[in-house]
Write a protein that binds this ligand. Structure first.
Ligand SMILES: CC(C)(COP(=O)(O)OP(=O)(O)OC[C@H]1O[C@@H](n2cnc3c(N)ncnc32)[C@H](O)[C@@H]1OP(=O)(O)O)[C@@H](O)C(=O)NCCC(=O)NCCS
Length: 131
């Protein structure tokens, strides 16, 4: 059975902070992309694909600011799949040392399974998986 869930965590360091003192949005998106890549990697185990690439980041909703010293705990879930596509929802929960985890960001992504062609480039390739 294909694996549909993955978890991933990051700690917010000074290099991740923007000019208003909160987590830089582009950094959050990069981490979301990695969380999605992790669940795609799991989903593709046993398939003919060599990996997955991001096709779209459809929506990113920054619901709460994230601060220096927070842990950001991501959950990534395959919500549906097609021939080569995997539709993934990522949630980011920020957790301060003195506060309960809060939903800081939610995003929807589409990743596509790929295989290395004879010419060396990666092209879409059916993953043969379903959820
Ligand atoms: C990803 C890539 C290999 C797909 O090749 P392609 O020939 O463009 O493929 P398609 O347009 O047919 O899309 C492939 C799948 O994605 C789906 N898709 C494409 N655009 C979509 C969109 N905007 N929303 C939802 N699904 C989409 C298609 O429906 C198709 O799904 P299916 O095979 O399950 O039916 C190619 O576009 C590519 O290399 N893009 C660059 C990827 C990249 O560099 N990402 C950043 C670094 S990881």
């Amino acid at each position: 059975m294909a694996q549909l869930l993955a978890k991933y965590s990051q700690f917010v360091m000074p290099d991740h902070i923007n000019v208003v003192g909160t987590l830089f949005g582009g950094q959050m998106i990069a981490w979301i992309d990695l969380a999605a890549a992790k669940v795609a990697h799991r989903f593709l185990k046993g398939s003919e694909a060599d990996g997955a690439v991001t096709r779209t980041i459809e929506q990113v909703d920054f619901k709460e600011p994230v601060y220096l010293g927070d842990w950001v705990n991501f959950t990534a879930k395959i919500v549906s799949s097609g021939t080569t596509s995997m539709h993934i929802e990522v949630k980011a929960f920020a957790e301060g040392s003195k506060s309960e985890p809060r939903l800081a960001c939610i995003a929807s992504l589409v990743m596509v399974s790929v295989k290395k062609s004879n010419s060396g480039i990666y092209i879409k390739h059916p993953h043969g998986k379903s959820i």
